[in-house]
Design a protein around this ligand. Structure first.
Ligand SMILES: CC(C)(COP(=O)(O)OP(=O)(O)OC[C@H]1O[C@@H](n2cnc3c(N)ncnc32)[C@H](O)[C@@H]1OP(=O)(O)O)[C@@H](O)C(=O)NCCC(=O)NCCS
Length: 156
């Protein structure tokens, strides 16, 4: 059976989402309060990839991008990240920020650049991911969402 499309996660998927994040060393503590901000890809009933987009004033926080190890290297992570960037753009956000401990290079290939935490907008800095859940050692990256540019990167 083929892997499914990207879908918005529902409350009944919360346990699977939390397990997927925790099993890959990503914070899961605030998933319940973030409600319908998460999207995922299923293989039948199994959540195999996920990602979230948290709105913060004019900006969005891209978070919780995760793919089950067995399904990596097939473009699922990139597909979810690009889907969420498009969501942020369509919602009128001007830039997207993220924190990562292990995948800075991965997001740089998608057009993100490193930014000092001191230069992060207050709305982003006050999210739980920034203020408490992600360790201070995590790298911070951002990308602008120019209105006149339909894609950030060329499709592979
Ligand atoms: C990072 C992650 C989401 C990538 O998912 P994926 O579906 O395997 O990625 P894609 O198939 O879209 O891209 C694969 C490419 O990215 C590269 N890549 C994968 N993880 C990488 C990482 N951590 N750093 C740098 N490059 C990475 C692969 O080498 C591959 O490169 P290639 O196309 O030149 O062969 C996945 O490895 C993961 O879930 N990691 C654990 C959670 C995490 O760190 N999330 C990011 C923080 S929110």
């Amino acid at each position: 059976m083929p892997i499914g499309p990207i879908v918005r996660l529902r409350p009944e998927h919360l346990n699977q989402l939390e397990a997927l994040l925790a099993g890959n060393d990503l914070p899961a503590e605030d998933c319940a309060e973030q409600g319908d901000n998460f999207y995922g890809i299923f293989d039948q009933d199994e959540l195999i990839a996920a990602g979230g987009l948290e709105a913060a004033a004019d900006y969005s926080l891209l978070r919780s991008i995760v793919v089950k190890p067995h399904y990596r290297g097939r473009g699922l992570g990139r597909a979810i990240a690009e889907f969420l960037l498009e969501q942020a753009r369509s919602q009128g956000r001007v830039a997207v920020y993220l924190l990562t401990e292990t995948a800075a290079e991965y997001f740089e290939k998608m057009g993100f650049s490193h930014v000092a935490r001191a230069h992060v907008p207050a709305a982003i800095a006050s999210t739980r991911q920034f203020s408490s859940l992600c360790p201070d050692s995590a790298s911070c990256l951002m990308t602008d969402l120019p209105r006149d540019c339909p894609r950030l990167t060329e499709p592979r």
